[in-house]
Design a protein. Structure first.
Length: 336
């Protein structure tokens, strides 16, 4: 008798979440919540764009790091049907000392079809590295376990200072909260800015944090008596299409440029002008998705000046040209 398909909606993007013993339930919830909110047309009544199932190395009870278990209906067979496989972390990763892949995990990964996208949250990167998928690639994991990761997997180009690393078909993220950023990033790649922003609004999280943003920011929430750069950021976001200088932003907070730059880096994890360029690229993405403006006008309205400057920054951030991005998004939009 033929095995019943794990996924029930063939037209949707299939996501299989691999939960191992001593999993962190918050990570499982993140994946289901974020991908489960994605709707065609970025509206509540649009059709779901993803179908997400949880699987384990063996169907049944999976222990968590809390005082309860999760009953997982699917075994590793679900991996064979997935377009995207996401490997969650496990409490056991924290003590891992062996760089080789266990036989059950090796068997599970052998089921993943060629061309499927594979991602990890937190120390799930240890599993990906053990398979060899990260050899020679840029990757990240939780900063607390970065030294052990580097010792076990010297062949991986580890960057423990970023939220997530996008290697195309293999992606890794830092701690569990960075899993939200990674999932939104994948939705943005799959279905565009409008869908990802809608998911972020429903989930009540920031719509976009760059993967290169620092994992550990010294003062993410200023103390009530401490000066903040939030007003300057809001002011700059309302003027992306206008010239904005570092001195102007500092003046909005009544700080010297030096003090403002230091405080901005402490709060945001990057420099003011790098952040401003990131916001302008995001604005350009929105305009490319939502309008028919020529590329030179997109560059002007996004504050990047010329089409050449837009192409330079867009390619660095997105990995493609503005024209190719618009064409790919239009094809995708028509398909869904």
């Amino acid at each position: 008798m033929a095995m019943r398909p794990v996924f029930s909606h063939p037209a949707r993007h299939h996501v299989a979440v691999l939960a191992r013993q001593m999993t962190l339930p918050i990570e499982l919830g993140i994946v289901h919540q974020v991908f489960g909110q994605a709707r065609a047309g970025a509206s509540a009544d649009g059709k779901p764009l993803y179908e997400v199932v949880t699987c384990a190395l063996r169907a049944g009870a999976v222990r968590t790091d809390g005082d309860f278990t999760v009953n997982v209906a699917h075994g590793p067979e679900a991996l064979a049907e997935a377009d995207t496989v996401i490997v969650l972390s496990s409490y056991d990763d924290y003590e891992q000392q062996d760089p080789t892949l266990s036989a059950p995990l090796a068997g599970a990964f052998a089921r993943i079809r060629p061309g499927a996208r594979v991602a990890s949250i937190c120390t799930g990167a240890f599993v990906l590295a053990s398979t060899g998928l990260l050899d020679g690639r840029l990757a990240t994991t939780h900063w607390r376990f970065a030294d052990r990761f580097a010792r076990l997997f010297p062949q991986v180009e580890l960057d423990a200072n970023v939220l997530y690393a996008d290697g195309g078909d293999v992606l890794t993220s830092a701690g569990c909260a960075a899993g939200i950023d990674l999932c939104l990033h994948m939705i943005r790649r799959d279905f565009g800015m409008a869908v990802a922003n809608d998911v972020a609004r429903r989930t009540v999280v920031p719509p976009h944090r760059e993967g290169g943003q620092a994992q550990y920011v010294r003062h993410p929430v200023p103390e009530p008596s401490s000066p903040s750069t939030a007003a300057a950021r809001e002011w700059a976001l309302r003027r992306l299409g206008e010239p904005v200088t570092l001195a102007q932003m500092a003046a909005k907070e009544a700080m010297s440029v030096r003090t403002f730059t230091r405080r901005f880096r402490d709060e945001v994890g990057t420099t003011p002008m790098t952040w401003l360029t990131q916001q302008r690229v995001e604005r350009a993405r929105e305009l490319l998705e939502e309008s028919d403006l020529p590329v030179d006008q997109v560059a002007e309205q996004a504050g990047l000046g010329t089409a050449a400057n837009l192409r330079k920054h867009f390619h660095a951030a997105v990995g493609t040209s503005p024209g190719a991005y618009r064409a790919a998004f239009r094809e995708l939009d028509a398909a869904v």
